[in-house]
Write a protein that binds this ligand. Structure first.
Ligand SMILES: [Zn+2]
Length: 123
């Protein structure tokens, strides 16, 4: 299935722009045939699990052609967009982007930040 994350066969060198153009063409042809969604399998670079995503065919084509992902896939939740862009699965995104406990711990463990907070409080 054509997607931005299709793995290239080993030893097969393809100009990425050309590859994307080809994929966009295929996706546009599929959209014309009435295929609204295509399935993309994404390999998480952090934990290596595979995420299977249903992606709008036309939106994918537009994205490959250079549209911003927000414009190409306006209905797609931000988490799914992030998976498409970075490859990170939902669990890794949670760990990396939105862990308030970790953020607090990071602040408490950072002497410079703590110093800045103390100074701000002293004023
Ligand atoms: Zn992951």
């Amino acid at each position: 299935m054509a997607s931005r994350y299709c793995e290239l066969t080993e030893g097969h060198t393809v100009n990425m722009t050309q590859e994307q153009e080809e994929q966009a063409k295929i996706l546009r042809a599929l959209a014309k045939m009435g295929v609204a969604y295509t399935v993309t399998v994404i390999h998480c670079p952090s934990c290596e699990i595979l995420t299977r995503l249903m992606v709008g065919t036309l939106g994918s084509a537009e994205w490959l052609e250079g549209a911003s992902i927000q414009d190409a896939m306006p209905d797609m939740p931000a988490t799914l967009r992030e998976t498409l862009i970075s490859g990170l699965c939902f669990r890794c995104q949670e760990e990396i982007f939105s862990s308030p406990e970790d953020e607090t711990a990071a602040i408490l463990n950072d002497p410079e930040t703590m110093e800045a907070i103390r100074e701000a409080q002293a004023e």
